[in-house]
Write a protein that binds this ligand. Structure first.
Ligand code: PRX
Length: 647
């Protein structure tokens, strides 16, 4: 960890929306007078019926509940579109950069986006989609993905986006869990010149989803895909017949906006539910302050809409603020490792927001790929999804930003709706690797394993002691699981699942997950999910998955596999299992290492001692701790002797 301090550049301190003094004043007010602070901050939203109630929240079991602005009404699509039409309807809302730089880009104005959203909203209404109904989106990074989100929001339907890299099985599970009747997809996606068979995946998934009666299919690559009579509808034909007007539904602030599935430490992925009013305030406010956003600036968040970052910072936050948001279909290193910075130059991007894993991959390719490009338009650089190691931070700062652009290392989660601990570019002196200080209204606390608060500098579990407007409201269909997962480990506070250090300046340094979740290339994976995929293979008796350090991905996936007694381990079987997991979950769950193990280290009561497995995966074998309580300590020797070399 580095404690070098990078002060706020003088020009930033003078011109930023929020400077250091203002940050402190606003932060104190936000926690001392939350009612007053949020009443004012919420004026950024166009309410249909103004709210009178502001914050009605409790994390205590006896009166547990989270509601914000609960008697206000609004429509989020109208806040992203209609409100801009009079003044800047001709401004570009979405700049779409295709996977292949030779394909024409698309520039969509607010007026055009409004019309597209209304047409699709009318298609959904004709398909019988009602307010509160769940609609599943399985789409590539194309403008129609944003159109689909906004069309749902316009009619009060709840969207559930499934990342287009997930397998048919994973898609089916998510469709079933939220009981979707309608699925929106495309023929194929494109990433780095490769095709992703989206429609074929949907067809495979729907074999397990008898409740789906409508599939809206967008022709994107033009691939010849079979259409199921009576179920599948051609997207473009359907929207062409519709009116470009659709009145926005008046939604209550606490009506659901979207579900997004995310991995937890146990069981199947949870449907994280966000509601409308608080999320709108939070996404819009954090986007504006964190990027010091002013209308007219070109802003690019390189996340996929399949993740929460894409929801809050490709679509909702920027569009509420009237931004021009860049949407990129492709990958950072195709056709070559200059691609990101070429796009920055092409559109004169001022704010760029990306993940450390991409930076590490590009850093490895050398500086020449960067130096070929100008990047002079850049003003601020963001990082999200995983801890950024100081080397990657320095490279981002020096080589990409040429020591001119503050780096906002934003810590947050699917559950939090938007950034929680983050620098503000005009306010916060930076330390490489630290997410620095809390956003307005966020009250972090460090506690030890017993829940005792740690004061001053120290390290512990990160909890948040009070609610903020963008907080998730429930786990879809399982409110009890919501309470159990987040509010019982340390009663009365929200448990993040992350470990964290606080230094003597009060800066926060996220150290990573302390539960059975691993963070692979900024994507959250539950070890339990990968384990259940492995044991679903007929030759596997048992599996245990842990994280391991990985130079590019941050964490890699290390799987210990016990085979059925009659099965011999082999290279072929190892490859087969890797392929199997990719098929069961998706390529992001590809195991980096599979170690065949005749036995796993277990206590006498049969509990797998993951601590030991983690140490072996981390190659920290000098320090395995007490193994005497194991049912069979010799298992550990076997594991140590047969540790495969990671590729
Ligand atoms: O461990 C933290 C890590 O990512 C987790 C949340 O993952 P997800 O819900 O997929 O959301 C990712 C996008 C917000 C957190 O619990 N994480 C996220 N941002 C950072 C981070 N770890 C360190 N520094 C960050 N800036």
């Amino acid at each position: 960890m580095s404690d070098t301090i990078y002060p706020v550049p003088a020009n930033w301190a003078k011109t930023a929306l929020i400077d250091e003094a203002r940050y402190h004043a606003m932060y104190h007010r936000s926690v001392d007078d939350p009612e007053g602070f949020w009443r004012e901050e919420a004026q950024r939203i166009d309410w249909i019926r103004p709210f009178s109630r502001v914050k009605e929240t409790s994390f205590d079991e006896k009166d547990f509940g989270i509601a914000w602005f609960s008697d206000g009404t609004l429509n989020l699509a109208a806040n992203c579109l209609d409100r801009h039409l009079a003044e800047r309807g001709g401004d570009i809302a979405i700049l779409w950069e295709p996977d292949d730089p030779a394909t024409p880009d698309r520039r969509i104005t607010y007026r055009e986006l409004h019309a597209d959203v209304c047409r699709l909203a009318n298609v959904l209404k004709d398909a019988g989609v009602r307010r509160g109904e769940r609609v599943t989106l399985y789409l590539p990074m194309i403008p129609e993905a944003a159109v689909a989100m906004l069309a749902c929001a316009r009619i009060g339907a709840i969207h559930s986006i499934v990342f287009a890299g997930f397998s048919p099985d994973a898609l089916a599970g998510r469709i079933t869990d939220c009981d979707s009747r309608v699925v929106l997809t495309a023929d194929e996606g494109l990433r780095g010149g490769r095709k992703v068979p989206l429609k074929a995946n949907v067809d495979a998934a729907l074999k397990e989803c008898p409740g789906v009666d409508t599939v809206l299919m967008l022709r994107h690559t033009g691939a010849d895909v079979p259409m199921v009579e009576g179920r599948d509808i051609d997207w473009r034909t359907a929207v062409a017949e519709q009116s470009a007007e659709c009145a926005p539904e008046e939604m209550n602030a606490e009506d659901p906006l979207f579900i997004l599935y995310t991995s937890g430490s146990t069981g199947k992925p949870k449907g994280v539910l966000h509601t409308t009013g608080g999320y709108a305030v939070w996404a819009s406010m954090t986007h504006q302050y964190v990027f010091d956003y002013r209308p007219g600036q070109i802003y690019w968040c390189a996340a996929d809409i399949g993740w929460v970052t894409g929801h809050s910072y490709v679509v909702y936050g920027p569009l509420m603020n009237g931004a021009t948001t860049v949407m990129f279909e492709g990958v950072p290193n195709w056709p070559d490792p200059s691609r990101f910075w070429q796009i920055v130059d092409k559109y004169a991007v001022e704010a760029f927001y990306g993940a450390p894993t991409a930076l590490r991959a590009l850093m490895r390719e050398g500086d020449d790929w960067v130096k070929k490009t100008s990047r002079k338009s850049l003003r601020v650089l963001g990082s999200v999804g995983e801890p950024i190691n100081p080397e990657a931070w320095q490279w981002y700062y020096k080589v990409i930003g040429e020591e001119r652009c503050p780096i906002v290392d934003t810590w947050w989660q699917t559950e939090t709706g938007g950034t929680m601990i983050t620098p503000l570019p005009g306010a916060t002196p930076l330390k490489p690797g630290s997410a620095t200080r809390p956003m307005f209204g966020v009250q972090p606390r460090l506690v030890d394993n017993d829940g005792t608060p740690i004061e001053g500098a120290g390290e512990g579990c990160l909890v948040i002691t009070d609610s903020w407007p963008g907080q998730m409201r429930t786990v879809w269909g399982d409110h009890e699981r919501f309470f159990q997962t987040y509010f019982t480990t340390f009663p009365g506070v929200y448990f993040t699942g992350d470990g964290c250090r606080r230094d003597t300046d009060g800066y926060y340094w996220i150290t990573g997950r302390i539960d059975d979740v691993i963070n692979v290339s900024g994507h959250r994976m539950g070890t339990a999910e990968i384990e259940s995929a492995l044991v679903a293979h007929q030759k596997v008796a048992e599996a245990a998955v842990v994280g391991m350090p990985h130079a590019i991905k941050g964490q890699g996936i290390y799987a210990y596999v016990t085979l059925n007694s009659e099965v011999e381990p082999s290279e072929d079987l190892r490859r087969e299992l890797v392929k199997w997991v990719r098929q069961e979950i998706g390529p992001i769950a590809t195991p980096d290492v599979i170690q065949f193990a005749p036995g796993l280290p277990k206590t006498r009561s049969g509990k797998i001692m993951r601590r030991i497995l983690r140490k072996i995966a981390e190659n920290d074998v000098g320090n395995l701790g007490d193994t005497s309580t194991l049912a069979d300590p010799s298992v550990v020797d076997h594991l140590l002797e047969n540790r495969p070399q990671p590729e």
